[in-house]
Structure formats: structure tokens, C-alpha cells
Design a protein around this ligand. Sequence first.
Ligand code: PA5
Length: 465
Amino acid sequence: MSPSPANSLIRLDTRWVRAGELSTGGLSPADFEGLREASAKAHRELSRTERFGFFTLADPATPAWRESAKAAKAAWKKNFTDFVILGIGGSALGAKTLQQALAPETIPGAPKPGKVRVRILDNVDPGTLLPVLNALDPKKTLVNVVSKSGTTVETAAQFLLLAKKFRAALGKKWKDHFVLTTDPEKGELRRLAREENVLTLDVPPNVGGRYSVLSAVGLFPAAILGIDGKKILAGAASMKERCGAENLLQNPAYFFAAAHVLLAKKGGNVNVLFPYSEKLEFLARWFCQLWGESLGKKKGSERIGLTPTVALGTTDQHSQLQLYLDGPRDKVITTLSVESHGTDAAIPASLPGAKESGVNFLYGKKLGALFDAERDATKAALARNGVSLLDLRIPAISAHSLGELFFFFEVATAFAGLLLEIDPLDQPAVEEGKRLAAALLGKKDGEEDARALTPYRSPDPKFVL
Ligand code: PA5
């Protein structure tokens, strides 16, 4: 459908959202035509890169990669064995995606452990956080604190706990074990970095948390994980080239956005990203945060939002698929297909009485062929039953394809927000949650909020069964 540059690897199969192809429903040419004006306006708006700063990050020559690679090189010289990232939401999910997809050997306890163990801590549950923090050896650990605002309380609390531990163990040298990633001017982290002279990497002011994976937020962890950030950025750049097309029928990210917006109007407002690759489960979680936080907004008295969710192939075929096939037609499903699995094995016929077995058709087949057959059968069943289905296909999981996918979803999300006439870059409800939690913890000027929350904090025995 779209003329794609030779080095862009993603293909978006759009057949099964089109009227006339699905057994029921689908989108007609008139549906897309109806978006023509809104789409042209959104395209113009997206070219304002001072607002949509993430566009400028999709370039292998950005200083973000140079600086991240340099900081990582300096860190390697110190022979750290453990690397810890503190952050939450957009400040953690990109790194988690990269680790799971491209550097699984760095996950503590991995079957083939690598030289460095990388933990990405995005919660403050005492039961899980404290055992990890307590086990760290400050001498051998590098900590990357990531917070665009520099004021997120979960990240601040994690940082304060570790800074105390490292100070006690290392004295003034504690700072050599920290890299802070934050806004170049504003926030507590920046102030602290200036006062204490801690190495700091910038998040551009016009790039918000969930759009920041191609900045130092994702690139410094990438460098530490041993991933070539230049390749991620080259992938993003090739997708950016394709996303320059104004015609939404030729632009895969615009098409993805438009199809979801149009199908939502017909009742399909639950959006499932269904990767057929365990290595892409976090990519799907990263997408959920991006899509949900960007598109769930109040517009006057109207409430707008497309609800993202994750299903994992083949695991969720034995869980969610029943609902997708026979339940309400409120889903739009995007399968994420990977052509090459990188490794494979034949399934042996090793059980006694193998010939009579009910699964003897499996013997000698490749595990990858089984996985692919499960995926293709699921897609066919969905399409045949009239469920709106898109398929995103990549040849293999690589730094390049991850870069393309990141940029594809960022453009699609921003474009969908503009079609819906909401601001895809803000998050007022998340900010409100942050403000109320701070008030409950005794933040100055938070007394009124704290008082207003009192009736909600403990159950009224009258209603408790
Ligand atoms: O996308 C967003 O803006 C949020 O999800 C943030 O990433 C998250 O709240 C963390 O914020 P910060 O990076 O300021 O600590």
C-alpha cells in the first residue's frame, strides 16, 4: 500500500479492517474520505516539531546518542557488575522494552547470564523493592535515576534510599555511581545535580515521558545494555521518512491511528496489541501506556478514550481469545508478527506409543512452525468471525526494528490524538494523582486536598460485608 524506503522493515497489513473483506463491519473508502480535512490539519500540526519534540529525536546523529554512549563508556571502565534504573511510566518502560527484546541476558537470573545485571525498578512496593536495594553492593553498582519532571515521588523515594546507602558506603565518591536523566533546567533532580555535581543527561524540554525513549531516557540504558543506539535511531529515522506521507492511506502510522479512531466510532474502542513474541511483551506494555495516557482525556463535558490492552501469543489464546472471538464486537486487534525466531528445534517423537498419540502430527515439526501456525490460525479465526484485525510484521527483532516500532507508535498516538481533537501530550489526571499522593504525605499547601480525601481512605463499616 505505501511506498516504503528500502531500509524500513515494518509492514502493516490493513486488509482485515476494510469493509467488503471482513464478514461483517469494517471501514469503507467513504469512512477514510470523511477524515480528509481532519487528517490534513493533524499532518500540519505534527510538523510543528517545537511542540512534537519527539520527531527531532529520530536521527542517528542526535547528541543524545553520543552523550549516552560516552557516559556508558566511562561507566564500563569502572567495572560495574550491576546497573539499576530508577524511574516509572515513560521513564522506565522504554528501557524495559529494550532489555527484554534485545538484551535478555542482562535480566538477573537469565538462563545465559551476561556480564552486567540490569534491574529496572519502577515500583515502590516495599516487599519487592527493599530486598533488591538491600542486596546491592554500592562499590559494584551504577544507578541511573530517570525523571523528566524530577519530582515524581516514587522515583524520589527510591533515589533517597539508594543515595543514603551509597553515601554511607562510599563517602564523597557516591556521586560517581549515579547518572541522572532529567530536564535540562527544571526540577528537583536538576537542582540536586547542580548542587552535588552529579553527571546528568538531558531530556529535551519538549519531549514528555512517554515519548522519550529515543532520548537519553532509552539510549543511556541501551548503551549500558550493549545495544547500538545508532541502529535504533536509524530505524526510527526510516519510519520517520514513511511518516512524512500526508495521505493517510499511504502512511502506516496515520492509517493505524485513523482506523482506530474510525472503528471506535463504530463501537470498537478496546484496542488489543497482541505480540507473537515473548520478547515484545514489554513493547506492548510501553504502547499501552503511550496510547492510554495520551488519548484518555476530557473534552469539555465529553470523555474521550481508546482503551489499550495487551495479549501475548500464544499464552493468551488460552485466556483472552475466547472473549475476543465470541464476546462483544468492541475490540480492534493488532497482531505483532515476527518472521524469524532466531532459533528453532524439531519436536521429537519420543513418547512410548508415539504413533497412536493424538499429537503425532507434531513430531518432526519445528517449534517455530507450531508458533507460526498458532498465530496464523488465530488471525484467520478473528478475521473470519468479523473481528477488526491489523497485522504489524517485522522480519526479526533488532535494534532497527525496535526503533521503527517506537517511532511508528509515537506518530500513530499523536496523530490519533489530533484526529480526536485532544492534546496527546499532556496528562492532567496523572498529575492530579501525583498531587493528591503528595498531599496525603504532608506536602506543604496540600492540607485542603488531604482533608478532602479523608472519607475515601478508610472504609465505612456500614458498607463493609
Ligand atoms: O508519560 C508521562 O509523562 C508519565 O508517564 C511519566 O513518564 C511518569 O509519570 C514519570 O514522570 P517523570 O519522568 O517526570 O518522573
